[in-house]
Design a protein around this ligand. Structure first.
Ligand code: SAH
Length: 351
């Protein structure tokens, strides 16, 4: 059943069709409306549909996506950072990475996050709210429209603010909407979902019949150290987390990616490399080593031993590479752009 006053971007084409037929419009109009929605158009701009339908959409539904309110582009590598506003005034950040093989958009699944990772800028104020499927899809639609019909987004990484598996149903619906041939048609093989390691949800995800890549933010293969930087490690051990990855790889036939933010004195020693190699033994996986992007005022800092650590992993038979960092010249660490906008807003509010 579709809600009486739905957010249009939350709906699949069959759901939109059912809702529009319920309002008395012919089926084929839903296809036209859906095409406009995927192009980022609002009801008033859908100029091949009758005025009565445009009015009915404006009165009985809302779009439920995002609006771009600021764009910054790196002169160095073409990376773009976006600031989006949601219909309720909340603010989100997005990053568009441009590679030779296509455009990758990093999308958010929640406003804020309740996972509390020590190094992460998204979690400072806790979880504000979950995003709806349409608000996640809306980020892709808005950036596609901004790219102006040129090469649009081909790859998605769910690595913006929020924990995707903590907003499970909406994230799953988003993946299905984004990959569906009726809509944007982004191949699931080009979608990566990153989680801090919600083990029961990883088990559930393995059974969904999706072809997406699972990325797990491990950051340490030693329980005690992982607990110091990631509260989720108090709930699930490294062994439980890696076992869930093994089950995922087995169920989907897909290699799992482990993310490892290399942090000075925390996870960059020989002992850390040993633990990681032991944990991942026999698992089809790859490790993305990322120098920590240190937040202002944090006691954690980037490791200076990235190359040495990669060599230690190589010597231990672990497949690993340094993840390229793009857009470093524009507003530094993730979350900074949003933080600045929120500060500006607070300063505008009179006493
Ligand atoms: N909640 C999900 C996805 C969001 S974060 C998760 O935890 O995976 C996306 C990735 O960026 C994660 O691997 C996260 O650990 C990493 N990350 C967050 N803050 C970072 C920082 N300051 N430096 C380097 N990586 C960071």
């Amino acid at each position: 059943m579709t809600a009486a006053s739905p957010a249009l971007l939350d709906l699949t084409l069959p759901e939109l069709t059912e809702w529009m037929v319920g309002l008395g419009f012919p089926k084929f109009r839903a296809g036209q409306v859906y095409t406009w929605l995927m192009k980022g158009k609002r009801p008033g701009e859908m100029n091949n549909v009758p005025l009565a339908l445009r009015e009915a959409l404006a009165q009985n539904a809302h779009v439920g996506g995002v609006t771009i309110c600021e764009t910054l582009e790196s002169p160095k590598d073409g990376t773009r950072k976006y600031l989006y506003e949601l219909e309720d005034g909340n603010i989100l950040e997005g990053v568009l990475l441009r590679y030779h093989h296509g455009n990758t958009l990093c999308v958010s699944t929640q406003v804020g996050c309740r996972m509390g990772c020590a190094f992460c800028a998204s979690t400072g104020d806790g979880l504000i709210r979950n995003l709806t499927p349409g608000e996640i899809l809306g980020q892709v639609i808005a950036v596609n429209a901004d790219l102006g019909g040129g090469r649009s987004i081909t790859n998605l990484v769910l690595m913006g603010s929020g924990e995707p598996l903590d907003n499970y149903d909406n994230t799953l619906k988003f993946i299905r909407l984004a990959s569906c041939g009726d809509g944007l048609g982004i191949s699931q093989r080009n979608i990566s979902l990153s989680t801090c390691g919600l083990v029961e949800r990883i088990d559930q995800l393995a059974q969904e019949g999706l072809h997406i890549t699972l990325c797990i933010s491990l950051h340490s293969a030693l329980d005690e150290k992982r607990r110091q930087i990631m509260p989720i490690a108090r709930k699930w051990t490294v062994a439980q987390t890696v076992n869930a990855a093994r089950a995922y790889a087995q169920a989907t036939g897909r290699r799992v990616i482990f993310e490892y933010a290399l942090t000075n004195g925390i996870n960059d020693t020989c002992q850390d490399a040993d633990a990681l190699a032991t944990a991942l033994k026999g698992l089809p996986s790859h490790v993305n080593v990322i120098p920590l992007n240190a937040a202002d005022g944090s006691t954690l800092s980037a490791s200076e031993h990235v190359e040495a650590f990669l060599k230690m992993l190589e010597d231990r038979g672990v497949s690993a590479t340094r993840r390229r960092t793009l857009g470093e010249d524009i507003e530094g660490a993730c979350g900074q752009l949003r933080r600045r906008r929120l500060q500006e807003r607070a300063e505008k509010i009179p006493e």
